[in-house]
Design a protein around this ligand. Structure first.
Ligand code: FAD
Length: 468
């Protein structure tokens, strides 16, 4: 079958960037077509955000069960079954994927399955099996996301070497793993496995973990990781992976001019992702890539070098976060509709789902100092928060940065219980220029972890009331 399709908006890729943009466009009366070559929901729903969080929850249930005695509860014979953990994760994912199918349909978005490529800047070809669609749209959004970067390392081909996708498909229990990469994905997996009681080694090339977060937070998570039995090696470079007589992995790395090695049953490579441009033929549409040679170049309205074609999300190789992809999607549609608003890239909340969680928004202390801003810093520990104590999760702190001349909060970093939920409040505070005073005069419910935001604001001035 061959079909000519016309649309106001064509979206290529149904990840959190593409499917959100398509629904948003359709809700505003635009005739919208979305093309997806694989699963609806993209990386995020199928092999990213959601499945990792499902695994984290499983691992926390297991870990809490082993600590049940602390809560006055006896549980005997606690077992973890990786096949069942994976199965329950897949059910959650499937529910969400079919939810997107329903939403696209309900909003009148036409879904075409297949792989899209540009014929020229006006037409896109989609092929699936014997079917061929030629789509002509007034505006096109490229939302093809990213794929796992390959690491060119001797021994990478061994079966025991996993990446973030294959790690989510494991069906057998194992007892030890070495994670290469102490970034967001590597750290989330490190805590998943540590919670399951699996022995974890972690090798990071840089001299600290999670280089994007505030240095205090990075130090705190390093300490907590070590307490949890994760063997962290920073400033270390993996040179090769071998197999020993038992079939286990031998990971050889250089650290401080010394060659060292460690062994484990599995290896997880978590070194990053890169834009997915494969088969898209963007050059036929005159679309240019970024100066760094990766990702599609866009202006502040997300327009590519062909002005009626936009690129959003991971494919632009700027910020790899689902909520940024979605926001860029709706912003591009707003621009098409002539009602664009600026995107606050400096106020994107960032969450890392370690145990405890890490979340930040606005500036880190180091960034504020680099900009020579007049700042005051406060830190309130969860140790002094009643709710955290009842949860028996009293590690970490809320750290705030105030601009002295303006009185506004310009940065927040949290490591501790419910950090992922708390950061939304701080995002509202920071984006809307709310002052220290205004936060102090706001009533925070008791007992909640949110009170630590109030206390950290007090700590900027007269001092927290429940600390010292
Ligand atoms: P994607 O989600 O990658 O979707 C792109 C879609 O386009 C895919 O479905 C693909 O099949 C399709 N496609 C590609 N090429 C074509 C083509 N030629 N024709 C048709 N279809 C095509 N982010 C967070 O914010 N929070 C998290 O907790 C989080 N956890 C993560 C954990 C892991 C392990 C990983 C890997 C990522 C995580 N991320 C997280 C990042 C997040 O998944 C991405 O930022 C997000 O998915 C990007 O969305 P996107 O729409 O740009 O692209």
């Amino acid at each position: 079958k061959k079909e000519q399709v016309e649309a106001d908006v064509l979206v290529i890729g149904a990840g959190p960037g593409g499917y959100v943009a398509a629904i948003y466009a359709a809700k505003q009366g635009l005739k919208t077509v979305i093309v997806e070559k694989d699963q609806l929901g993209g990386t995020c729903l199928n092999v990213g955000c959601i499945p990792t969080k499902a695994l984290i929850r499983s691992s926390e249930v297991f870990h809490n069960a082993t600590k049940a005695a602390d809560f006055g509860i006896t549980i005997e014979n606690i077992q973890m079954d990786m096949a069942k953990v994976t199965e329950q994760k897949d059910k959650i994912k499937d529910t969400l994927v079919s939810g997107i199918d329903y939403l696209l349909d309900k909003n009148g978005v036409r879904l075409i399955r297949g792989s899209a490529s540009f014929i020229d800047d006006k037409q896109v070809l989609v092929k699936q099996g014997k079917d061929e669609y030629t789509i002509q749209a007034s505006h096109t959004l490229i939302a093809t996301g990213s794929t796992i970067s390959n690491l060119n390392l001797p021994g990478i081909e061994h079966d025991f070497v996993l990446n973030s996708t294959t790690a989510l498909q494991q069906k057998e229990n194992f007892s030890s793993i070495t994670i290469i990469g102490g970034g967001v994905i590597g750290m989330e997996f490190a805590f998943i496995y540590a919670n399951f009681g699996i022995k974890v080694n972690l090798i990071e090339y840089c001299d600290r973990l999670l280089t994007m977060v505030d240095e205090d937070v990075s130090e705190e998570i390093n300490t907590i990781a070590k307490e949890r039995g994760i063997h962290v090696h920073t400033g270390a470079k993996v040179t090769r992976i071998e197999q020993d007589q038992d079939g286990h992995a031998v990971i050889v790395f250089e650290q401080g001019n010394q060659e060292r090695f460690m062994t484990s049953e599995k290896v997880l490579v978590a070194i990053g992702r890169e834009p997915n441009l494969k088969g898209l033929d963007i050059d036929k549409a005159g679309i240019l890539i970024n100066d760094n040679g990766k990702g599609i170049a866009v202006n502040e309205h997300l327009q590519t070098s062909a002005a009626h074609i936009y690129a959003i999300g991971d494919v632009t190789n700027r910020i790899q976060l689902a909520h940024v992809a979605s926001h860029e999607g709706t912003s591009a549609i707003d621009h098409i509709l002539g009602k664009a608003a600026a995107i606050h890239y400096d106020m994107v909340p960032n969450v890392i789902f370690t145990s405890p969680e890490i979340a930040s928004v606005g500036l880190t202390e180091q960034q504020a100092l680099q900009q020579n801003l007049p700042i005051t810093i406060s830190k309130f520990p969860f140790q002094a928060n009643g709710k955290a104590l009842t949860m028996r999760e009293d590690k970490g702190f809320v750290k705030l940065i105030k601009h002295n001349d303006l009185g506004t909060i310009i940065g927040a970093s949290i490591i501790g219980p419910e950090a992922s939920a708390l950061i939304s409040t701080l995002t509202l505070i920071i984006q809307n220029g709310i002052t220290e005073e205004e936060v102090i005069h706001t009533i925070f419910a008791h007992p909640t972890t949110g009170e630590s935001i109030h206390e950290a604001a007090l700590e900027l001035g007269i001092g927290a009331l429940h600390y010292h």
